[in-house]
Design a protein around this ligand. Structure first.
Ligand code: HEC
Length: 255
């Protein structure tokens, strides 16, 4: 029958042949399906993963993440022990050169020098109300810088009235102090514990040290202070807002 077919009429299928086509087609499908299976198996590591594996993993990750995240208690991300606060640097040496008003520069340095005094006069300058007189509200601090400088350098003995109360003890000499140290501690106690609002310059402090060196050694007394030193120290008056370098205390341009 096939022989008798005209080639131009092959588009017209006969019924016997079409049953064969269906069979063949099924075979082809079977073959390609098994081929596809072979391909999947052969490429190790590239096998498709079932959806439920993804879902299960996602659930595990979500729950796990939640547990860790909720967990200041299970886990701490801080390397420091509980309650740790970072200490402030106490020293001003490692903050590098700063520029600012000389009143601030001297007071800052004076605060360090005042450590020499705070054991007796107290960190707030209030003394102890008994043996050690206060520097806060004392006219020996706020008054003439000549007397104040000599008390600090020589020490003091004998009776002294401070803020309405008489003290009679002995203060040890605080010399040697450099002129910068003396200027700093005087500026500090005049402005931190009182409101004088001026600075004792390094030049003025240097003149006080000259006065100290020209008198005999030993603690000074109130009569000598009033007779010889009840004046403001010699030296140019410096405007407290003058900008200086905190290290050198020399005038500097504003930042
Ligand atoms: C060991 C203790 C002691 C130390 C340290 C000391 N003082 Fe005094 N200071 C005294 C005593 C005591 C008096 C009173 C002396 C008297 O009665 O004659 C006094 C008196 C004074 C006075 C005059 C009275 C008044 O209260 O205003 C000044 C100012 C003063 N001290 C400043 C200083 C400064 C500044 C320093 C540090 C650089 C210093 N003192 C360190 C014990 C001390």
């Amino acid at each position: 029958m096939a022989d008798s077919k005209d080639t131009s009429k092959t588009s017209q299928p006969d019924l016997e042949d079409s049953t064969n086509v269906v069979e063949k087609h099924e075979k082809v499908l079977e073959l390609s399906a098994s081929q596809a299976r072979e391909n999947q198996i052969s490429e190790t590591g590239m096998e498709p993963v079932s959806l439920w594996v993804f879902l299960a993993s996602a659930i595990v990750l979500l729950i796990g993440g939640g547990v860790l995240g909720a967990g200041g208690k299970l886990f701490s991300y801080s390397p420091h022990p509980e309650g740790y606060t970072r200490p402030e640097f106490a020293s001003d040496a490692d903050t590098g050169p700063t520029i600012g008003p000389i009143l601030e520069a001297l007071s800052k340095r004076g605060k360090n020098i005042y450590a020499k005094c705070s054991g007796c006069h107290g960190s707030t300058g209030n003394g102890d109300g008994n043996q050690y007189p206060p520097l806060a509200g004392s006219e020996w601090v706020t008054g003439s810088t000549g007397r104040l400088a000599q008390i600090i350098l020589n020490g003091l003995s004998g009776p002294i009235d401070v803020a309405g109360k008489t003290y009679n003890g002995n203060m040890p000499a605080q010399a040697p102090l450099t002129s910068a140290e003396l200027a700093a501690v005087m500026t500090y106690i005049r402005n931190e514990f009182n409101d004088v609002g001026d600075v004792v310059s390094v030049e003025q402090a240097a003149n006080a040290i000259k006065d100290y060196e020209s008198r005999p050694q030993g603690a000074i007394t109130v009569p000598e202070l009033n007779a010889d030193h009840d004046t403001m120290l010699e030296g140019e008056v410096v405007d407290p807002s003058t900008n200086v370098n905190f290290e050198t205390l020399q005038p500097a341009a504003a930042e």
